[in-house]
Ligand binder design. Structure first.
Ligand code: AMP
Ligand code: MG
Length: 189
């Protein structure tokens, strides 16, 4: 049975690392997933159109441009075959407010079996962002990070309402990456 799982989490929570760990566990069991990065699909189009130079500039674009790129990305990902794990965000913190990462028209393209929220304590997220040199992370305090994680839980409930999908919270705490990877592997199995 082919499965589609969406994985989300605030920037810097360590989603990609958890995914890598879970896929390694499943590899030994003969279960494979292809990871599709929502941001990369959007960035590919954004670059061709010349609207941005860096993927971290996309969330500063006009909201209607972001929504158009979002829709094109969803349509493209919907055509992918086999088990897929979509790496994205439940909401994007933009200068104008929270942009839903999975509005109805995106969900109806993707129709996920489950949406995973990778979370941890806001102070840990803040520290991880400060030590990540590879990305242009927004400067934000722990209060803002906590608010964003709260908003993501709220909007995830709305996503379940549209699709009937399962919602799973996974904690990616410091020194407990292995536990997070095992929890994700259990969702993907
Ligand atoms: P990431 O590499 O996951 O941090 O994603 C890079 C950027 O892609 C984000 O900062 C957003 O601007 C954009 N992005 C990713 N997923 C979505 C989505 N579902 N809806 C809208 N924008 C998204
Ligand atoms: Mg990532």
């Amino acid at each position: 049975m082919r499965r589609r799982v969406i994985i989300t989490g605030v920037p810097g929570v360590g989603k990609t690392t958890v995914v890598t760990g879970a896929l390694k566990i499943l590899e030994g069991e003969g279960i494979s997933y292809r990871t599709l990065n929502f941001g990369s699909y959007m960035f590919e189009v954004a670059q061709i159109e010349g609207v941005v130079k860096d993927r971290d500039e996309m969330r500063k674009l006009d909201k209607d441009i972001q929504k158009r790129l979002q829709k094109l990305a969803a349509q493209k990902m919907a055509r992918e075959e086999g088990n897929v794990l979509i790496d994205t965000h439940a909401s994007i913190k933009t200068p104008g407010g929270y942009l839903p990462g999975l509005p109805e028209w995106v969900l109806k393209e993707l129709m996920p079996d489950a949406i995973v929220l990778v979370e941890t304590n806001e102070d840990q997220v803040l520290l991880r962002r400060m030590t990540d040199e590879t990305r242009t992370r927004d400067i934000e305090g722990s209060y803002g990070i906590a608010e964003h994680q709260q908003f993501n839980r709220a909007i995830a409930a709305a996503y379940a309402m549209v699709t009937g999908c399962m919602i799973k919270y996974i904690t990616n705490a410091d020194f407990l990456l292995e536990k997070a990877a095992l929890d994700l592997a259990a969702v993907l199995r």
